[in-house]
Design a protein around this ligand. Structure first.
Ligand SMILES: [Zn+2]
Ligand SMILES: [Zn+2]
Length: 172
């Protein structure tokens, strides 16, 4: 999935590396929307599936403004039952990459001479922000028994006898 027009350059180590160099000499106000979609993607420690995102790149006076809109399912662990599951999240960010001659602060992102920027760390950062602090596989997850470790979603134990069906329905 690559071409010279700024689409993702396929590289298993850097799947979110984007060619933006061709926009350096475009007129101020030029806008490109670049789709960045993956059925499956791993960014460091994060496993994603169904990533659908669009990177809008606008040529500004200072450099390139990148605006991302994305949704994906991220693998995470339920805080109650400790099961791994995929949680749908939406995230977005906006980042200005400045031309080297213009940058003033150390925190500014600077456009590289080779025209390629790697968005992995930005994706990762904003994905983590989008994750809830206490993910639940489902609202009504009953978790594990703290005494014997039984998964109370699928079984009961002497510490937590089975709930009656009426009680269970009340919780839904
Ligand atoms: Zn759970
Ligand atoms: Zn128990």
């Amino acid at each position: 999935m690559s071409d010279q027009n700024g689409f993702i350059v396929s590289n298993s180590n850097k799947p979110l590396r984007l060619n933006v160099g061709y926009l350096y000499n475009k007129a101020i106000g030029t806008i490109r929307d670049i789709p960045v979609d993956f059925d499956q993607l791993t960014i460091d420690d994060l496993k994603l599936k169904d990533l659908k995102s669009t990177v809008r790149i606008s040529r500004t006076r200072e450099g390139l403004l990148l605006q991302l809109n994305a949704e994906a399912e991220v693998q995470t662990e339920c805080v109650r039952c400790l099961k791994e599951f995929f949680l749908p999240v939406k995230f977005e960010f906006e980042e200005l990459y400045q031309f080297p001659s213009r940058y003033r602060q150390e925190t500014d992102q600077v456009l590289p001479e080779d025209g390629y920027i790697d968005l992995s760390s930005l994706y990762r950062e904003y994905l983590i922000l989008a994750l809830p602090i206490k993910p639940l596989c489902r609202e009504e997850c009953r978790g594990l028994c703290e005494e014997c470790g039984a998964d109370l979603n699928v079984t009961s134990c002497s510490h937590y006898p089975a709930v009656t069906s009426s009680e269970y329905e009340d919780n839904e």
